[in-house]
Design a protein around this ligand. Structure first.
Ligand SMILES: Cc1cc2nc3c(=O)[nH]c(=O)nc-3n(C[C@H](O)[C@H](O)[C@H](O)COP(=O)(O)OP(=O)(O)OC[C@H]3O[C@@H](n4cnc5c(N)ncnc54)[C@H](O)[C@@H]3O)c2cc1C
Length: 338
């Protein structure tokens, strides 16, 4: 096992925040995790699991042992009349998996194209976009317990998926390292087209029966137009979750401000557009030090060059307070603040 010492994490987080890992070990298999767990000293050390760093805000150097997940490999696991099940290593790029499944003729993940990060982190916040969430395609995940070194397989029920949430953000946070994920792609394939941006594309192009490749291309084009490319401007995508409120709360808020953007959910609650709430408080384009609110989309905080984690935190807190002050809604952050 190779232990790297004093590793800069700046290239390993998409916000481009400076932080040093005291010690970093690259994890390429379950056996690598067990070696760490069985190590007389590393076994007891506090640990931090790092995937592609596209959903973390690093506000300090890391005294924890950083486990950088690099488990590789994609394969067909099994196929039946009702589904194709594919398996990928936790270190595989999520978008590479989406593109690969499509190229193999196994559609089903196209709405989740171009989400940065690793396959292993996808279940952690139950990634979602354009009308689809990971839980809609999840079969199971293999994980290794960071205390006992035991490998376990978790099905969807064990993962407790919810909106941008799962057991890996709660009782298993930092305790269980996901090494492989299996996804169930239903057969026959049915497009997911209910999302407004996709409906607009269908109307614009006159194509009301797009195939999976077309949906993939549309999603990539929409995302490229809306979100800053982390390779050019540091960011972690949406910085806040869209708040979910009861019908009564929604009536109260829209009664006071009829323009508040809100969507009904199947269970009778409503999702409010966090970006709209932030924009309404005048935050678009504002900065704290070198951390700023993206001028095209208020839900995204960006690195204007040389930002440090504490500036991002200060900006995020100020936004939360101002939205709370005006709308009485406390925004929750989507990325993990370390
Ligand atoms: C431009 C941009 C757009 C984005 N768009 C979306 C979007 O549309 N929808 C969406 O849901 N998200 C989006 N995100 C957020 C991000 O891409 C996802 O949350 C992604 O799944 C994070 O993957 P990662 O490998 O970078 O995780 P990291 O940032 O490395 O880690 C995130 C969390 O997961 C834990 N973790 C990582 N790997 C593992 C593992 N193998 N086992 C256990 N725990 C682990 C970490 O400890 C940390 O707590 C976007 C981000 C960016 C930069």
């Amino acid at each position: 096992m190779q232990i790297d010492v004093g590793v800069s994490l700046k290239p390993y987080n998409t916000f481009g925040l400076p932080a040093l890992a005291g010690r970093l070990v690259r994890i390429r298999s379950d056996a690598d995790v067990r070696q760490v767990v069985d190590h007389p000293e590393l076994g007891r050390a506090p640990k931090f699991i790092l995937g592609g760093g596209s959903n973390v805000i690093l506000t300090r150097d890391m005294p924890e042992l950083v486990l950088k997940v690099e488990v590789a490999g994609m394969r067909l696991h099994s196929q039946s009349d009702s589904a194709t099940i594919v398996e990928a290593g936790a270190g595989v790029s999520w978008h590479a998996l989406v593109a690969w499944t499509l190229a193999q003729g196994w559609p089903g993940l196209e709405n989740l194209a171009l989400i940065p990060g690793s396959v292993g982190a996808a279940p952690v916040q139950n990634i979602g976009a354009y009308g689809l969430e990971l839980q809609d395609r999840f079969d199971s995940a293999d994980a290794v317990d960071l205390v006992t070194g035991r490998s376990v397989t978790l099905d969807a029920a064990a993962c407790h998926f919810a909106y941008r949430d799962s057991v890996f953000k709660h009782s298993l946070a930092g305790k269980s390292l996901i090494t492989r994920v299996r996804l169930r792609l239903p057969r026959p394939w049915r497009p997911v087209l209910g999302y407004l941006d996709l409906e607009r594309r269908m109307a614009e192009t006159g194509n009301s029966h797009p195939d999976a490749q077309t949906i993939f291309d549309w999603v990539c084009a929409i995302r490229r137009a809306k979100l800053p490319d982390p390779a050019l401007i540091g960011n972690v995508g949406s910085f806040f979750k869209n708040p979910i409120v009861s019908a009564e709360q929604c009536r109260d808020i829209t009664g006071r401000d009829p323009h508040v953007v809100h969507y009904p959910l199947p269970d009778g609650s409503f999702k409010l557009a966090a970006g709209w709430l932030i924009d309404a408080c005048g935050w678009k384009g504002k900065t704290v030090g070198s951390a700023g609110v993206y001028d095209k989309q208020a839900l995204v905080l960006v690195n204007r060059g040389g930002a440090i984690g504490s500036e991002v935190q200060t900006l995020a807190r100020a936004i939360v307070e101002s939205v709370y002050g005006r709308f009485g809604i406390r925004l929750e952050t989507e990325p993990v603040i370390v």
